[in-house]
Unconditional design. Structure first.
Length: 222
């Protein structure tokens, strides 16, 4: 199946646990190289690009992120070593992380990670989103990047995710089907393959795998 992600569009990937969603996400982000076929950007296979070039084109945010030992500023400058303090703060503001960072003992110079000020998983994910904003890639791949949050935190991270995909092409591995419903295109995976593709309305009318997932999800939500 050829999957085309037009500039500025959002493609959602859904499916049961173990269906291959994360594998697809890592292939699209260039973390893995496909055994057959190719992932291309503007006709250029990602496999031909070096790590820095791939990073400028596409960035992956996974469900589990790491906070590295060092300051908040150090954690952000991993993707742009030359970024000014103002650029760091703008990235934090964009993803809604500026308030809690400002409340830290030393602000962006607060040491976090091993032996430093402890950060919650939500705050760690905020830093991951801020790094995406700072790097400014053309394509963002989110692999269930807001899945672990509770209700209030989920809204916070959903807002951060919306900020980093705005104006960029995005592939979103959706933990909640509400995230998929508004996508420009939905890919449904099963057994390591894409078994359905279309918009939310098209797939609901088709009555296949996605329609069954949607009915089960909406019933559980009620």
């Amino acid at each position: 199946l050829d999957v085309v992600v037009p500039p500025g569009s959002r493609v959602a990937v859904v499916g049961a646990s173990g269906s291959g969603k994360t594998t697809l996400a890592t292939l699209l982000a260039g973390v893995r190289t496909p055994g057959a076929g190719a992932v291309e950007y503007d006709g250029v296979p990602l496999a031909r690009l070096d790590a820095s070039e791939r990073g400028r084109l596409v960035t992956l945010v996974a469900q589990e992120t790491h906070v590295f030992a060092g300051t908040i500023a150090d954690n952000l400058r991993l993707v742009r070593p030359d970024a000014t303090d103002d650029a760091l703060r703008h990235a934090l503001v964009a993803v809604g992380a500026d308030a809690w960072v400002a409340a830290l003992p030393e602000g962006i110079e607060t040491v976090v990670g091993a032996g430093g000020h402890p950060l919650s998983p939500v705050h760690g994910q905020h830093l991951a989103f801020a790094r995406v904003q700072l790097r400014d890639p053309a394509v963002v791949v989110l692999d269930e990047a807001t899945a672990e949050a509770g209700s209030d935190a989920a809204r916070s991270l959903d807002a951060a995710a919306s900020a980093v995909v705005s104006g960029r092409s995005a592939v979103i591995v959706a933990h909640r089907l509400s995230q998929a419903a508004s996508a420009d295109r939905i890919l449904v995976m099963a057994g390591g393959e894409v078994v359905e593709s279309g918009t939310h309305d098209e797939l609901v009318v088709a009555g296949g795998t996605y329609a069954r997932l949607w009915r089960a999800w909406t019933t559980a939500a009620d």
